[in-house]
Design a protein around this ligand. Structure first.
Ligand SMILES: C[S@@+](CC[C@H](N)C(=O)[O-])C[C@H]1O[C@@H](n2cnc3c(N)ncnc32)[C@H](O)[C@@H]1O
Length: 399
């Protein structure tokens, strides 16, 4: 610890441990922390995500395998900044050359709250200037071309303490690469992955989405069942950082490729009343590597009749946000409740922003959680199975 509470990452090799933050949407911090713990990291949940220690190979593993986090940030440093001078000196003293190459572009974005320095634009330009000064000196350059790969720098100035981070993910982690076509109101893949694990479904139980839209719920469940790393076919910014352990990264990718067994994704199926949505869902599941293994068909949810005993309905029905759609939605929820009642050994989990969902559905949810679908405040409700298989599903409910 230096004057002003300045903490620097340990000097030395790029493979040394750093602090990383897996950022998460509101309400998903606990799920992300559990995922990291399950992956063997010593993770601690905090507002907006979870922090953990790792070397760059560990960060690559987190980027490849985390299903519910938005990004993995490396914490470059954190210190008190009561003046622009302190901000400049603190930033300049951090070892930016470890992560930013002589040609890298490094946009700086951030926010300020309850601090002496409250101008985001001024802080942004001071931070940028300080990093430029540091890099010019280290690379012996008079100017930085910034014509190479991007390493995004973020800052948060909160109660006079600044936290500087580098975005190791690049494009947000919900961009798995399989969803290239968007249908009506799809949920983010990261939220969907969380809903899959909070629904109580476990690989081995049948899972059915009777209003599957573009198939995101099915794709995320299938990826989990088949051990498909969500980041398998995309790249991450840290792969282009100076000193990135490229061979180790290649080994982690090869390992992830080997782990993927699409044939293990069985018992997952869905339908939708809209043939165009089913068409998109088929394309997405193919793009995710499942070929035609996930049965999909065009059907009205009202006609849904599953023969298996014990399973999980998991769905994202329309919310009726537009005034004219509200009544139709309420009728749909009532019919969904009746469909669930015809399947007493199945549980049902649904997400909706409609405040009258339970009333229309005809039952109080056994469990409720609040999430945001974009800007929409939603509730994720689980209605447990009422008969024989109830205990099996409930006992494994990770919620
Ligand atoms: C909010 S979207 C689902 C989005 C989906 N989770 C995704 O990832 O794309 C709601 C879906 O419900 C479907 N739907 C509405 N009424 C239906 C009904 N009676 N039976 C089956 N599907 C229905 C719509 O066609 C639409 O695709």
């Amino acid at each position: 610890m230096l004057a002003g509470g300045l903490t620097l990452p340990a000097e030395g090799d790029i493979m040394e441990q750093s602090v990383f933050i897996a950022t998460a949407a509101f309400g998903l911090e606990g799920v992300v922390t559990r995922e990291l713990t399950h992956m063997g990291f010593d993770a601690k949940g905090e507002n907006g995500g979870a922090r953990f220690h790792a070397d760059l190979a560990g960060a690559m593993r987190a980027n490849l395998w985390l299903r519910t986090a938005d990004r993995v940030l490396l914490e470059a440093g954190t210190f008190e900044a009561l003046s622009f001078e302190a901000l400049f000196e603190g930033v300049r003293s951090l070892p930016w050359e470890r992560w930013i190459g002589a040609h890298s572009r490094f946009p700086v974005t951030g926010n300020c709250a309850r601090s002496q320095l409250m101008s985001v634009r001024d802080c942004q330009s001071i931070i940028k200037k300080a990093i430029v000064e540091r890099l010019k000196a280290r690379y012996r350059l008079t100017w930085l071309p910034e014509d190479g790969e991007t390493t995004a720098v973020t800052f948060q100035l909160h109660e006079n303490r600044v936290r500087l981070c580098l975005d190791s993910s690049g494009t947000a982690l919900n961009r798995r690469g399989y969803r290239t076509w968007n249908g009506e109101a799809p949920l983010r893949e990261t939220l969907v992955a969380a809903l899959v694990s909070l629904s109580g479904w476990r690989p081995g139980l049948p899972l059915y989405d009777p209003m599957c839209g573009t198939g995101t719920l099915l794709a995320e469940a299938a990826m989990r069942m088949a051990d498909r790393a969500p980041g398998l076919t995309r790249s991450f910014d840290l792969e282009r950082w100076p000193g990135a352990p490229v061979r180790e990264f290649e080994r982690l990718r090869a390992e992830a490729k080997e782990a993927f067994h699409p044939e293990r994704a069985c018992g997952i199926a869905g339908s939708d009343i809209d043939p165009a949505a089913v068409d998109l869902a088929e394309r997405h599941l193919r793009a995710a590597g499942f070929g035609n293994r996930i049965p999909l068909h065009v059907a009205d949810m009202r006609a849904c009749a599953r023969e298996e005993q014990g399973g999980v309905f998991l769905t994202n029905p329309p919310y009726g946000e537009r005034l004219g759609d509200r009544k139709a939605c309420e009728a749909l929820y009532r019919d969904l409740g009746q469909m669930a009642a015809r399947h007493p050994t199945w549980s049902l989990s649904a997400i909706s922003s409609h405040p009258g969902f339970e009333r229309c559905f005809g039952r109080r949810a056994d469990k409720k959680r609040r999430f945001y679908n974009g800007r929409l405040e939603c509730e994720f409700m689980t209605f447990r199975a009422r008969e024989p298989f109830r205990r099996a599903v409930a006992a494994e409910d990770g919620a």
